[in-house]
Design a protein. Structure first.
Length: 369
């Protein structure tokens, strides 16, 4: 039987984001299923992976040497892009994959149709859709026609894009083999995690907590993540301004955030926008009570309001604070939401989700024969 060769293209795998975690789950599962998996990165800069990857994965770390502070279409980056074009072309010719999975919108996205138009190509979307009406947006839209299949994380995202040859495959999560303990046996802690950048809206969470923190001195809020120095400093100033230094802490990201979740009661998401937040699924599979702003578009595609978690009108800080207080005081409600969320999360188990990816890859392979 011929082994199917898959080539995944990503920016990098040394950071602690959701895409990086998803790729580790997916690639490890493919290798376990005896697929031959290659990964090409353009911005990994020789760093080690943040999450675990099976040693059978073949990693091609190309140094794109791009200036990330400039636009992709700046003259300096375009010069480096020309060099990168020949580097990735050489590697793809050497790999000769059956299927290419494109995860980003860097130069690779534009180059693949030129380099590998005879290879089945899949474009997957990990960021929420926002229509760009400038020339770059039009170019992106134009290039979608060169990809054979488009993978979206939810029906809502698929509908927003309105691209032919589209399928919906959600992010997978790795389920714990042990049934998580009840909330009453855990720390009185609210947890949130992610890149500490402005799009995550952590200031909204801090402001919400500031409205009720004084009533609950035995509770704490923990933020886990790495990010922009200036934004982190602005959050620390906000914490100090609201006299929350004793109850709010910002910690570096950790590979096993689920371990913290399993010992905490509430997961709070304050993002301004999300596509299909894997961290929310992880909190549900850790049997936490989850709460999130109803931002575009992810949380509402995961949370069934007041059944598997709580959705708050976007940017309504007072309502967010009231709901947090309700979860703190009403242990029965918090536990019911946590239990229902845990059951709901089972459908996103890696084994279940990857069956859909395997069907897609096998179908792509058969078309090449």
């Amino acid at each position: 039987m011929t082994t199917i060769k898959i080539c995944v293209i990503a920016d990098q795998i040394y950071k602690s984001g959701g895409i990086e975690r998803v790729l580790s789950h997916r690639i490890n599962h493919w290798i376990k299923c005896d697929y031959d998996v290659h990964l090409i990165t353009s911005e990994n800069e020789g760093n080690s992976p943040y999450f675990f990857y099976d040693s059978k994965m073949i990693h091609h770390d190309i140094d794109g040497d791009f200036d990330k502070s400039l636009s992709l279409f700046s003259s300096a980056n375009l010069v480096m892009a020309c060099k990168y074009f020949f580097k990735i072309k050489k590697i793809l010719n050497k790999i000769s994959p059956d299927v290419i999975v494109m995860t980003n919108y860097n130069y690779d996205y534009y180059f693949i149709p030129l380099i590998a138009n005879d290879i089945y190509s899949i474009k997957e979307y990990h960021s929420s859709f926002s229509e760009q009406k400038n020339i770059i947006g039009k170019i992106k839209r134009y290039y979608t026609r060169f990809y054979d299949t488009h993978v979206f994380l939810s029906q809502e995202e698929k509908a927003l894009h309105s691209i032919n040859n589209s399928v919906v495959i959600p992010n997978p999560v790795s389920m714990s083999k042990n049934y998580p303990i009840g909330l009453s046996k855990r720390r009185k802690t609210i947890v949130t995690a992610g890149r500490v950048v402005s799009i995550k809206g952590f200031e909204r969470l801090i402001e919400g907590w500031s409205k009720i923190a004084e009533k609950y001195p035995d509770w704490s809020l923990e933020i886990y993540g790495d990010g922009e120095v200036d934004y982190v400093e602005s959050l620390r100033l906000l914490i100090s301004k609201n006299n929350l230094t004793s109850s709010v802490s910002i910690y570096p990201s950790i590979p096993d955030i689920v371990r913290k979740m399993l010992d905490s009661r509430i997961y709070a998401m304050s993002s301004l926008t999300e596509c299909f937040p894997m961290v929310l699924l992880e909190a549900m599979q850790a049997r936490m009570a989850v709460i999130a702003f109803d931002c575009p578009t992810g949380p509402r595609n995961i949370i069934d309001n007041y059944k598997t978690g709580i959705l708050i009108e976007d940017n309504n800080i007072h309502e967010f604070a009231d709901a947090l207080e309700k979860l703190i005081n009403n242990e029965a409600l918090a536990q019911e939401l946590a239990d229902n969320g845990f059951i709901e999360s089972q459908q996103y188990d890696t084994g279940t989700v990857m069956k859909k990816w395997n069907v897609l890859v096998n179908k792509a392979f058969s078309k090449r024969q």
